[in-house]
Write a protein that binds this ligand. Structure first.
Ligand SMILES: *[C@@H]1O[C@H](CO)[C@@H](O)[C@H](O)[C@H]1NC(C)=O
Ligand SMILES: *[C@@H]1O[C@H](CO)[C@@H](O)[C@H](O)[C@H]1NC(C)=O
Ligand SMILES: *[C@@H]1O[C@H](CO)[C@@H](O)[C@H](O)[C@H]1NC(C)=O
Ligand SMILES: *[C@@H]1O[C@H](CO)[C@@H](O)[C@H](O)[C@H]1NC(C)=O
Length: 564
């Protein structure tokens, strides 16, 4: 497997990089203190993962509808056809947000729900527009600020079929039309816009490995091309907002980039440090560097360029921006959304020339994990809080200390039975949020935190097998009931204290959260028992009834025979 997930031999040790003074603090120590006044706390979700109603009220199909309907693409062939039924449960979910006392809710708009073919000139779906309009209004009525992402992966299927989706430069104008419609319809009330959520996954999983919709395996080229068009589209939308809407609407337009942190295996080895640098540049820098510095990272241009030449290609597989494009793209983000989940150790690994080119061999590195890192859920999501602080400091130094909104951070579980006492999520949130607090003291400009996510939901190619929610959903029950996990209680406490005031209080929160969850847990267990009993009654009653009739008939026949 080229994407090396080898396990780190413990003997390699956990060194700290010396050129970063902020690592002098013991990475394991907890920092008690509060966030600056006005720090924003929220929770997030996305359209395809939660809404369901995939073909209702005039919505057009997205690439995810088509992808999940093909067998063998998603764990257990599950789909987001109904997901959390969020389309029908806006009021219920807003109650959950109120219970959490969050300042903001990050949601995404499904492009094909408001433009069934993706093309503005062809068709608008008034019911879809109405749906988001009502959702936004309900959030505001409850004093919850909507942060709206325009793209969380559900491209209209027609655009994929006709033009090849993000492989085609024509997406720029179609998306810009869509974005302008959203500004026109909702921009009087929505002041925080995200053009793209995690475009890295769109490019790499959609067009390189094919694990995600549209499921294309265009190794070595597809991801670079998709990303190139996405970056240009982002810039175009930012300029549209700046030129047409900003004066009147006074909002902000940013992008949300998701990246892990890459730590050199041996911090004293220059090659490992260079490899770790490439890890970040090929993930975060791929998108952030053009937007903040006007071009792809130098290491990316060098490595992909060199590998392309070795293959005998006349030009690099990494497209390039013209001088005008660089100027046009640079500076097109009013804030930087950051999604972050985990960390890797990185070391140099040479990939010899291969016939099959790949993004994954272009950067000449291998990723490792420390087996001692906690990984309560899936085997990719290790809890390594200190990596977050390093990532945030990297952003500060590389991109001129931009305004940061943390747009996604959280942990999932893979348990099949309901487990509401999610102690591991409490530890994860506590650790990661604390590293943000430390980063603030380092001078990083973080303004908001968004826990990922509000609900257990459809996790792309993992189906429902991974649960990220603060609220548990019983997907087998057709009403999709929501139950709070212990982390709801704990996160609420962090929000109301605006941080971690002192050890005694924080310890209390933990105890209380675990107490309430065991009570709720019994309730849930009782609930599912009741549904089960109802089911039994439904089966048993008719059966008993039928049996009685049959016995009566037999007896009657007997009786009649004997008397004839
Ligand atoms: C998914 O669908 C494929 C093709 O129909 C089938 O072979 C496979 O067994 C299905 N998997 C599950 C878990 O149902
Ligand atoms: C959206 O809501 C606003 C505020 O209530 C209202 O003025 C507007 O007419 C609504 N638009 C649509 C399309 O329903
Ligand atoms: C891109 O879309 C245009 C139509 O806008 C089409 O003519 C062209 O073939 C498409 N290119 C690719 C690479 O699919
Ligand atoms: C953004 O809009 C303002 C006001 O129209 C304009 O002065 C400024 O040059 C624009 N910024 C960019 C980078 O185009």
């Amino acid at each position: 497997m080229l994407r090396c997930w080898a396990v780190l031999v413990a003997a390699l040790g956990l060194g700290v990089a010396e050129d970063f003074p902020w690592t002098k603090n013991n990475p394991g120590s907890f920092y008690y203190g509060t966030f600056p006044a006005g720090f924003l706390w929220g929770v997030g979700s996305s359209a395809y993962q939660t809404e369901g109603a995939w073909d209702k009220d005039g919505k057009g199909p997205s690439i995810w509808d088509v992808f999940t309907h093909r067998k063998g693409r998603v764990v257990r062939n599950e789909t987001g056809d109904s997901a959390c039924d969020g389309y029908y449960k806006v009021k219920d979910d807003i109650q959950l947000l109120k219970e959490l006392k969050v300042n903001h809710y990050l949601l995404s708009i499904s492009w094909p729900r408001i433009m069934p073919t993706g093309i503005k000139a062809e068709q608008l779906n008034e019911k879809g527009i109405q749906f988001y309009n009502d959702t936004i209004n309900s959030l505001l009525e409850n004093n919850i600020t909507p942060i709206v992402s325009l793209y969380h992966w559900d491209l209209p299927q027609v655009l994929q079929e006709k033009y090849g989706g993000w492989q085609n430069i024509s997406m720029i104008n179609y998306f810009n039309d869509y974005a302008n419609l959203c500004f026109e319809k909702f921009g009087d009330r929505v002041k925080h816009w995200i053009t793209f959520s995690n475009p890295w996954a769109v490019a790499e999983k959609g067009y390189e490995t094919g694990e995600h919709a549209p499921g294309l395996k265009l190794g070595g080229c597809g991801a670079y091309k998709a990303a190139h068009h996405i970056i240009k589209t982002h810039a175009k939308v930012w300029h549209s907002y700046n030129n047409t809407w900003r004066r009147e609407q006074r909002g902000m337009v940013g992008i949300s980039l998701t990246s892990g942190w890459g730590e050199p295996v041996d911090p004293h080895s220059q090659t490992d440090r260079d490899a770790a640098e490439r890890y970040i540049q090929f993930h975060l820098g791929w998108f952030a560097n053009p937007i903040y510095r006007g071009d792809y990272p130098e290491v990316m241009k060098n490595y992909v360029g060199r590998k392309s030449a070795q293959q005998g290609l006349g030009t690099s597989r990494l497209p390039s921006f013209s001088v005008q494009e660089k100027t046009y793209i640079k500076g097109t983000s009013d804030f930087l959304g950051i999604g972050h989940f985990t960390t890797r150790y990185v070391l140099q690994k040479n990939f010899p020339f291969l016939q099959v080119s790949s993004y994954h061999t272009d950067h000449d590195l291998a990723e490792l994990v420390d087996p001692n890192w906690p990984a309560p859920g899936p085997k990719w999501l290790y809890s390594v809080p200190w990596g977050f602080r390093r990532l945030l400091n990297f952003i500060k130094t590389q991109y001129g200390n931009p305004l940061i909104y943390v747009t996604e951070n959280g942990v999932s579980e893979t348990l099949q039975c309901p487990q509401l006492c999610d102690e591991w999520r409490i530890q994860y949130l506590k650790g990661y949020i604390n590293e943000i607090l430390k980063a603030l003291n380092d001078g990083v400009n973080v303004k908001a935190y968004t826990a990922w996510s509000l609900l257990d939901k459809f996790e792309w190619n993992k189906g429902f097998s991974e649960r990220f929610g603060l609220y548990h959903i019983d997907f087998k029950n057709k009403n999709k009931p929501r139950y709070p996990k212990a982390s709801v209680d704990y996160y609420k406490k962090i929000i109301s204290a605006n941080g971690f005031p002192n050890p005694r209080e924080v310890e209390n929160w933990h105890r209380k959260a675990m107490d309430t969850c065991s009570a709720t847990h019994q309730h849930l267990a009782a609930d599912s028992l009741i549904t089960h009993m109802e089911m039994v009654t439904e089966i048993v009653l008719p059966t008993v009834f039928t049996l009685c009739i049959l016995i009566s008939i037999v007896l009657l026949i007997f009786y009649l025979r004997n008397h004839s």
